[in-house]
Write a protein that binds this ligand. Structure first.
Ligand code: 8LE
Length: 484
């Protein structure tokens, strides 16, 4: 290679990015960008530090939001020379983004390109409260496609593979963002969608007919699809899928959930996903050879795992909350966006040879969803893991947290399957015992278990919400009975 500087050797890595839209690696090449993906991490970090300054410079001069935020904090983009300097930059919260959009409708004063350059509008898919709008520039959409193509390539997809998108197409950026990568790498996209009445049965019919190589959606939806497919007389293994990749919720990195999906479809499961604001949101993703957890593709989005109190990076091996920074976006670039999720990260050799840090167990869940039972921290995903590993589990459960006097209590209501149902009271009692024992072993605290019949709970086409927190109710009752 003729260029000798680290940054120069990185395939066309600049800000704003310069993309060669005609580039596709040879099919047998493992990496889309071999240099960027396998370079020594310290060389990459040095290049990231340069890029961070460039993105900050762009945001500072083109958005009132960042200018004010950093002026108030006494931060000059030019003074950011290292990853340590960057940790002084205040985090951006979703509440700040909402406030900015309320004051500057509809895109907020952090839109760093002229409105005429907006190529796509998307938004938060929550059904309550005021939505947040995502405005993505034309050049950025191309970059997102390029980045997602690199990641899909790493997952083992190649031109000509068919990828079935079984997720909602409308506001949700997940489906559109993932598909932009498939289009860029000349895969065959099947934007089937999800969410309409009767659509899951039709998905099974189409999957059996088209036999795609890939499936994208949420883990919860893949499990529902497998159930419905069987009801409709299809064997999900006969769909011939090779790889299912997921974003939107924990699941693909929860061992027993991943195993269940892999068994149902006879295919490999890969986890991906940060936040919609962070599109290219697949910048955290597993690869074909490193398919457990997620690699942090640091040269497209800079991922920090931070102490939730100080927002300084925690050392590798430790737990914290992801903080994300775009390195290749010009419209609505997110610079230290706080996720409020929980994860832990490591820096080890990866089987695929990429030199990125990794989240070995994916993203565990949101900090808000974690609760404490008798002093033990409990994540809903740990309970999901226990339930899905139990023989006779019927596929859904609910986690009830309530306050009995001064202590939080945990109740897990779990469906048993048809085999347990056929075994009658004795089989149901055994199911309850096994689940209770396993929960105590894994969580370190006892939980009440209530077995419920198959199909008690509604399935979802999107993200599951399994936690029912009755403590809020308790709080209201408490306040009304204990006036100030
Ligand atoms: C564990 C990333 C995307 C577009 O699929 C998405 O769901 O974005 P959205 O709607 O902004 O939600 C982001 C939140 O979903 C994250 O903060 C995290 O709590 C959760 N999430 C997304 N992907 C994963 C995830 N949690 N593992 C994942 N792979």
């Amino acid at each position: 290679m003729s260029v000798s500087t680290a940054a120069g050797r990185m395939e066309a890595w600049s800000f704003p990015p310069r993309i060669d839209a005609s580039y596709i690696p040879p099919n047998d090449q493992r990496y889309w960008h071999p240099v960027r993906e396998t370079m020594p991490p310290d060389e990459r970090d040095a290049a990231i530090a340069v890029r961070l300054r460039e993105v900050m410079r762009h945001a500072y001069k083109s958005s009132a939001f960042y200018k004010k935020k950093w002026d108030d904090a006494g931060i000059d983009p030019e003074s950011i020379r290292s990853l340590e300097d960057f940790e002084r930059v205040p985090v951006v919260t979703k509440a700040e983004l909402r406030a900015s959009q309320a004051a500057h409708e509809p895109y907020g004063d952090y839109l760093c390109v002229p409105e005429s350059e907006i190529h796509h509008i998307h938004g938060t898919s929550g059904t309550t409260g005021k939505p947040t709008a995502f405005a993505i520039g034309r050049n950025d959409w191309q970059t997102i496609g390029e980045n997602h193509a690199r990641i899909l390539w790493g997952m083992g997809f190649r031109p000509g593979d068919t990828i079935f998108f079984g997720a909602i197409f409308s506001l949700y950026l997940g489906s559109w963002g993932a598909m932009s990568g498939a289009e860029r790498m000349k895969a065959r996209s099947f934007p089937f969608g999800a969410g309409a009445q009767g659509m899951t049965a039709r998905a099974a019919q189409w999957l059996a007919m088209v036999k795609p190589a890939g499936f994208y959606g949420t883990p919860s939806y893949a499990l529902r699809l497998a159930e419905v497919a069987r009801e409709e007389g299809y064997d999900p293994r006969a769909f011939g899928l090779r790889t299912l990749f997921f974003s939107g919720e924990p699941g693909a990195s929860i061992p027993s959930v991943r195993d269940r999906i892999e068994n149902e479809f006879g295919a490999r499961v890969i986890d991906t996903g940060t936040m919609a604001e962070m599109t290219p949101f697949m910048s955290a993703a597993g690869s074909a050879e490193s398919h457990e957890g997620m690699l942090l593709w640091q040269d497209m989005v800079y991922h920090e795992v931070c102490d939730p109190a100080t927002y300084a990076r925690v050392p590798y091996g430790e737990q914290g909350t992801p903080v994300y920074t775009h390195l290749e976006r010009t419209s609505q670039p997110m610079i230290r966006l706080l996720s409020n999720d929980l994860t832990h990260w490591v820096m080890e050799e990866n089987p695929c040879g990429r030199t990125y840090p990794r989240l070995p167990k994916g993203v565990h869940g949101r900090i808000d969803d974690m609760f404490q039972i008798r002093g033990e921290n409990v994540y809903p995903s740990e309970i999901d893991n226990v339930c899905n590993a139990i023989a006779g589990y019927g596929g859904e459960h609910r986690i009830h947290i309530s306050r009995a006097q001064t202590m939080d209590e945990l109740l897990v209501r779990a469906e048993y399957d048809a085999t347990v149902a056929a075994g009658g009271d004795a089989a149901i009692a055994a199911f309850r015992r096994t689940l209770g024992d396993q929960l105590r072993k894994v969580l370190g605290v006892g939980a009440n278990v209530e077995p419920v019949p198959p199909n008690t709970y509604e399935r979802t086409d999107f993200k599951a919400r399994r936690v029912v927190d009755d403590r809020d109710l308790y709080g209201q009752v408490y306040q009304s009975t204990h006036p100030h």
